[in-house]
Write a protein that binds this ligand. Structure first.
Ligand code: GLC
Length: 470
């Protein structure tokens, strides 16, 4: 099994248990206590994340130079894994550092893109599996300042640019895999099997001190995005990272891939669960099929698709962390910029249905298990419905309608509350829309035709009462 496949199964397991045990919202927990793992402290830490909903992931490193091709040969798979997929010796791969000179890199433009896209946080690969750090490090000179002609601390510039724009800033850090280090996990072609390595030496001498550096030198870090938790369950290894994060920045979140003790669930890559969960969660996702830039991957998600996924996720209580993979010269591929900005323009008008919005009080719109159908492993098969999604705020429901703008009006799901009024979220005049009640009691919103927006339209319904009564 490929290493990231193993991770995938692990992530799904963690996810499955989180979704089974979804209880009441963590936000309703008691006030913060001194113990950082108490329900109150956890709820307080996660509050901003629950409201943020949408973040920018940035995968950038030396792998952007080969961009999916090594010595004239196309190397299939995700771009940032090229070193391992082509089994490139570290002595050769690490020479890429001398070519790293991203003259088009502009931290302000990156942060501005996130802002224009309607995103609330930015997470960059401070160190990915190849072991190369995008920040100045005192414990390893395999970093952008010491090993490249560029000599600028990219993490620092981006952290500052985000702070200036009021965006939260987080770092991805590959804690277990480090293909540059003889004792790091993953590089078996240079350094032999992982179980013969002095893994704790690598953790103590590089990974732990680098996480300390990231949490000491770059201002407030909103989260550390650990990944591929190999060999983390022995000797309190995961716990050592948790200890570092809690001690240096108590407000900083830990994602779901440290191996233990995360603040939220990270789903499998690009995986959006079918059901609602009140346990905080996030889907990390690509805009095409790779995280790190590949010159041959131009299969970009369309803005309408991104809007659907975002609202779908929010309606189930989660966050969407959407990735860009800058080129070696620092330019962000134009189609991804365009898509993100188009979605951002939609959010500028319709963001009330997303940022800070709660999950759907219904659920039937999501789909369900298809009766009588089993997959090849004998498991139940989920049938997704995709016509509309619902998100909520006190006294208001937001129905985002995606396809087939209803000819005869939008049929509301059943609930007992009296409706005060309804309007289209993108209508600044809030012109009330007529609502009729059929003989069976079903209420229908007489939507304006044609649809106002070709991708997605939000209907706001204001109701009486403190919560939806069914
Ligand atoms: C996978 C890959 C990694 C990528 C990550 C993002 O786990 O190992 O390359 O950074 O997913 O979710």
């Amino acid at each position: 099994m490929k290493p990231h496949r193993i991770l995938s199964s692990l992530a799904m397991l963690i996810l499955a248990s989180a979704f089974q045990h979804s209880g009441p919202s963590a936000l309703s927990a008691a006030p913060a206590a001194a113990d950082p793992e108490s329900p109150g402290a956890r709820a307080e830490r996660i509050a901003w994340f629950r409201d943020a909903k949408y973040g920018l992931f940035i995968h950038w490193g030396l792998y952007a130079i080969p961009a999916g091709e090594w010595k004239g040969r196309r190397v299939p798979g995700i771009g940032e894994w090229i070193m391992q997929h082509a089994q490139i010796p570290d002595a050769e791969y690490s020479r890429l550092a001398s070519q790293f000179f991203p003259e088009k890199f502009d931290a302000g433009a990156y942060a501005q893109l996130a802002l224009d896209a309607g995103m609330k946080y930015v997470v960059i690969t401070a160190k990915h599996h190849d072991g190369f750090a995008l920040f100045k490090s005192a414990v390893s000179d395999y970093n952008v300042v010491d090993a490249t002609p560029f000599k600028r601390d990219i993490v620092k510039e981006l952290a500052d640019a985000c702070a200036r724009r009021g965006l939260r800033f987080g770092v991805y850090y590959s804690q277990a895999q480090d293909w540059h280090e003889p004792n790091g996990a993953g590089n078996t072609w240079d350094f032999g099997p992982d179980d013969k390595k002095d893994f704790d030496k690598y953790l103590r001498e590089k990974a732990e001190p680098q996480v300390r550096e990231l949490l000491s030198n770059y201002g407030p870090v909103c989260l550390v995005w650990f990944d591929t938790p190999r060999m983390m369950d022995t000797g309190g290894r995961a716990g050592r990272f948790t200890g570092i994060v809690r001690a240096l920045q108590p407000a900083c979140l830990i994602d779901g891939r440290l191996g233990a003790g995360g603040d939220y669930v990270s789903t499998d890559d690009n995986a959006i669960p079918g059901a609602i969960s009140d346990t905080p969660w996030e889907t990390p996702a690509t805009l095409n099929h790779t995280w790190g830039y590949r010159k041959d991957d131009n299969d970009w998600k369309r803005p309408g698709e991104i809007i659907f996924k975002l609202v779908d996720i929010v309606s189930k209580g989660g966050n969407y962390l959407l990735n860009i993979g800058p080129k070696a010269d620092g330019e962000i591929p134009a189609p991804s910029v365009e898509s993100l900005r188009t979605v951002g323009a939609w959010l500028k008008v319709n963001g009330e249905a997303v940022h800070g919005a709660a999950r759907t009080p219904f659920g039937e719109e999501l789909g369900g298990y298809i009766e009588g159908r089993k997959d090849s492993g004998g498991g139940r098969v989920w049938g997704e419905l995709s016509a509309w999604r619902c998100t909520a705020r006190p006294g208001r429901l937001y129905f985002t309608v995606f396809s087939d703008w209803p000819r005869n009006g939008f049929d509301l799901p059943a609930f007992k509350n009296k409706i005060k009024t309804a309007w289209c979220l993108d209508d600044p005049d809030r012109t009330p829309i007529e609502i009729t009640t059929g003989k069976d009691g079903r209420r229908t919103i007489k939507v304006p035709r044609p649809a106002r927006n070709a991708m997605a339209n939000v209907l706001v319904v204001e109701y009486e009462g403190d919560g939806i009564e069914k």
